[in-house]
Every structure is written in structure tokens, then in C-alpha cells.
Design a protein around this ligand. Structure first.
Ligand code: 5GP
Ligand code: MG
Length: 180
């Protein structure tokens, strides 16, 4: 049985196809590898949404990586940002004196990337470089940009490739929009 049976029928339209994502990740990985200072990178993956994107992107970066995960929540399961970013872990990864590549699935209001980047700077890292698979084309609550963006999309709710609706659809291999 294919894992996505019972999922695809809820999808109204595919926004970004698997093959297109893969090609874009090749270019992003090359850009990151070219622009980061030499030496090992600390990659911090925001869970759960960024796990698929990060797995595919980081395997394309041919240098030593210290991969850490951070559990944060901002949506609490629905379709609207709650406006607060909750850190769900007891401790943050050790980033003192390091360059960090912070990865999230999507840049929406900007609150998540801003809150996490600020915290990591407080922890004493040298710089936080941010990467997202998707960035919504909208006015953000926080004045943040991502250094590396896979795709710009419109201001609509998307699922798949790590992104969920009420915990589901993360395992769709593409980014799509659900039926209304
Ligand atoms: P921000 O803090 O920038 O508003 O939102 C970032 C987080 O909100 C993402 O990590 C993601 O979990 C969630 N999010 C924002 N937009 C979408 C969307 O269109 N679909 C899904 N599934 N999650 C989203
Ligand atoms: Mg989410």
C-alpha cells in the first residue's frame, strides 16, 4: 500500500512537485556550502515541520555537520499562527562560538525564526543563518528574512513535505493545498 493513499484525495492542488523540490535543494545546498565559512556547521532543525526539508537538504551538503533539533510550536495544530512561540525542549543545543544554520519549513509571520534566532544569539553563537523551504509573500509581524529560501509562495495554507494540518499530511512528497 502506498503511504499517501487516503491523503492525496484531500489535496485540491499540488503547488510544488517533488522533482521541482529536489532540483531546488541541489542549488540551495550548493549555495550554502559556498557561502558558509570553512569548517563544520551546526545545523538546527525546527521540529516537526522542517524534518523532511532538512533531511533532504543536509544530505546534499558535503562537509561536516553537527545536526541538532529544536522543538518549537507556534500553530498548535490549526491554520492560524497563535502569535506566541513555545520552546518545548529543556535545553538548547550548545552553539557558543559557532555559525548556525537554522532551518524551518516555512516563513510566515516571522515570529518563529525571530524568536529562535534571538535565543541562539543569546546563547553566544557567532551568527545565525536561516534557511526555509517556503516563504509566504506577505507583510510579516516580525521584520525577518531568510538567508536561503526554496520557494516564494502566496499567502495560503499549505501542507506536505513536512508541513501538517492537525498533525497530518507531513508525509506527502509534495507541497499542496487542501480542499476547502
Ligand atoms: P511563523 O512563526 O513565521 O508565523 O510561522 C512559522 C511556523 O508556522 C512554521 O514553522 C509552520 O509550522 C507554521 N506555518 C506557517 N504557515 C504554514 C502553512 O501554510 N502551513 C502549515 N502547515 N504550517 C504553517
Ligand atoms: Mg506546524
Amino acid at each position: 500500500m502506498k503511504p499517501e493513499i487516503g491523503l492525496r484525495e484531500d489535496v485540491e492542488r499540488v503547488l510544488i512537485d517533488e522533482k521541482v523540490i529536489e532540483k531546488r535543494l541541489d542549488a540551495m545546498a550548493e549555495e550554502i556550502d559556498r557561502e558558509f565559512p570553512p569548517g563544520p556547521i551546526v545545523a538546527i532543525v525546527l521540529l516537526k515541520g522542517a524534518f523532511v526539508f532538512a533531511a533532504d537538504l543536509l544530505r546534499r551538503i558535503p562537509r561536516p555537520l553537527d545536526i541538532e533539533c529544536l522543538n518549537v510550536a507556534s500553530y498548535h495544530g490549526g491554520m492560524e499562527s497563535s502569535g506566541t512561540v513555545k520552546f518545548l525542549d529543556h535545553a538548547l543545543p550548545d552553539v557558543k562560538g559557532r555559525h548556525v544554520l537554522l532551518l524551518d519549513d516555512i516563513l510566515d509571520t516571522g515570529r518563529t525564526l525571530k524568536a529562535v534566532a534571538d535565543r541562539l544569539m543569546e546563547e553566544g553563537c557567532i551568527a545565525v543563518h536561516t534557511g526555509v523551504l517556503l516563504a509566504k509573500d506577505k507583510v510579516r509581524a516580525e521584520d525577518v528574512q531568510a538567508d536561503y529560501v526554496g520557494f516564494e509562495i502566496g499567502d495560503e495554507f499549505v501542507v506536505g513535505y513536512g508541513l501538517d494540518y492537525k498533525g497530518r499530511y507531513r508525509n506527502l512528497p509534495f507541497v499542496g493545498v487542501l480542499k476547502g
